[in-house]
Design a protein around this ligand. Sequence first.
Ligand code: HEC
Length: 629
Amino acid sequence: MRSRPVRLRLGAALVGLVLLALAVPQALAQPNARPAVTPKAGYVVPPENSAGLYPVSGEPIFKARCAACHEPAVGRAPSRQLLAGRSPEEVYDALTLGAMRPMAEGMSPAEIYGVVRFITGKSPVPQSAQGPDPNLCKVNGPLQPNGPQWNGWGRDLENSRYQPKPGFTAAEIPRLKVKWAFAYPGTKNTEPLVFGDRLFVASLGGKVYSLDAKTGCVHWRFDYRGGGRASMTVGRLASAPSGYALYLGDDRMFVHAFDAGSGKDLWSVRIGDHRVGRITGSPALFGGVLYVPLSASEESQGNVGAYGCCTFIGTVVAVDARAGKIVWTRSILEATPHPTRKNAAGTQMYGPAGGAIWSAPTIDTRRGQLYVSTGDSYTEIDHPTSDAVVAMELKTGKIRWVNQVLKDDNFMSGTINGPLGQRGPDYDFGSSPELVNLPGGRSLLITGNKSAIVYAMDPDTGKTVWQSAKLGSGGASGGVEWGSATDGKILYAPLADRPDRGRPGLAALRVTDGKTLWQVDAPTGVTCNVPSGRCLPGYSQAGTAIPGAVFAGALDGHLRAYAAADGKLIWDYDTTMPVDTVNGLKAAPGGTLDMGGATVAGGMMFIHSGYGGSAGANNLLLAFSVDGR
Ligand code: HEC
């Protein structure tokens, strides 16, 4: 998904990093291309290169400082290929604490991150020693499986992103106030998961937390040098001490199971071995099986001459939720990538590739199948299941149908590995298909993509039943990014378009025929306090609906609620406003709203602000209730 070459010019003022007017393409995988940003004075670059704020390409640094001993390998030095198999943390530690410290002498943190990313394809999670949390809960009562829930990405198996029992009314939304806030390391975070009186959150900074939903006190925390941003899910597990497991899919393609009550590590399994593969879409849990989608950051290897691109193909892995055993692995394409041409640096290229699955699978219990939506193709080699919705049999993963809405959307950031010939517009699907069961037994599978078009398909045949008007310009960072919400009658599609090229805002479509009922523009020119300066009005974050209202989160940090009936703006809260947190931080700022959206249950609404390092190394977790009660 996305990532166009963007030229960033950062002054030396930025955290004192001397970047010498480096204008280097970003190397990232997330669905919003960023325009140049002007960070606020005093803004501290976060420890992970998640937001493109380390505009340093590691390849030239490696050539200049490391290749003499590592490529080809001299003496005891391991080859670059061998180093590629190490975890980014190992390489980072070797450069900052270990044997290679002298070789990294004088390198800026940005250069170290750049070279680690070049070698391993991943950002390291720094060792952030953290003591016990200052606000531990005094009581750790039993879990409440019958309490309020927003469990998993879309709240239900159909991924509606609709909460029928929010615990507050649309009329009370203007009275929503921050009840508590919590800030913790991680530049990208999972959508907050509500399970009874517990809230579960995790981050790319390697933190997994169980918090009290009402107060934000900490029931438990699990630290590891990995981390995830895919939504988690809780399920019944008889062998877990509390009877329930919390499942997390991480950025290294591990699926972990924790005891939901205590945080005890139950099992973990690595479900893929692609060098730059990861889990971005939430695992879907049904019938004791986790259906886990794989994505990759391969699209952003476009300027890494030494990278033999591209070999990743979107894949779903079914994992037995009890023991962590892989049940089946299904690629969305039968073909395996074969050698094609050499790039300008002489490196062998491969294809077909692409079709990353960025969003959570949708489970159709009636038809015994699941649906995933896929991203673009990376190369010029035909990829018939990219930019598509794919139906797979739950039992085996066998593909039942594919509906590709755009052929030959061949896209890579950068040029050296980019597709030969026609380049596509980067119209990935980044949002889950939503299964809507209509009165009379008919069902529709509805999802939008970055073209700013929403498609409805017949779940039995995969045929397109309707497609909406083009609701905006779309683009690599536009259109529908992470997800719509539907109450079964209307589908609310947030649009991330850039204001100069398209129509950022929110559109309401009639589910039966895709007719636009209303469309509102996101306010532009609002005061934007995002510390990284990432100030765009688009609604890139997934939307959330409750009876009578829809929530949409903007890149400029504003969280808004609109009336479901006519799109009237009923509430606007600037999540960048610094707040004191219940874990002891004074005036912690928020930032950009993106990816996982607001979750609502039990009279509370939860949201992460500060996506992609836009607020620094921490994300701010905000908990709202009516009058802050
Ligand atoms: C002068 C030669 C030389 C240069 C230059 C050099 N290395 Fe090494 N590197 C070595 C040798 C030799 C080893 C094996 C060390 C050992 O076995 O104790 C090694 C080991 C490593 C390891 C594994 C460390 C471990 O603890 O297992 C990493 C990672 C590494 N180098 C990265 C780099 C990077 C990145 C650079 C450039 C910034 C670099 N090296 C520059 C010679 C070099």
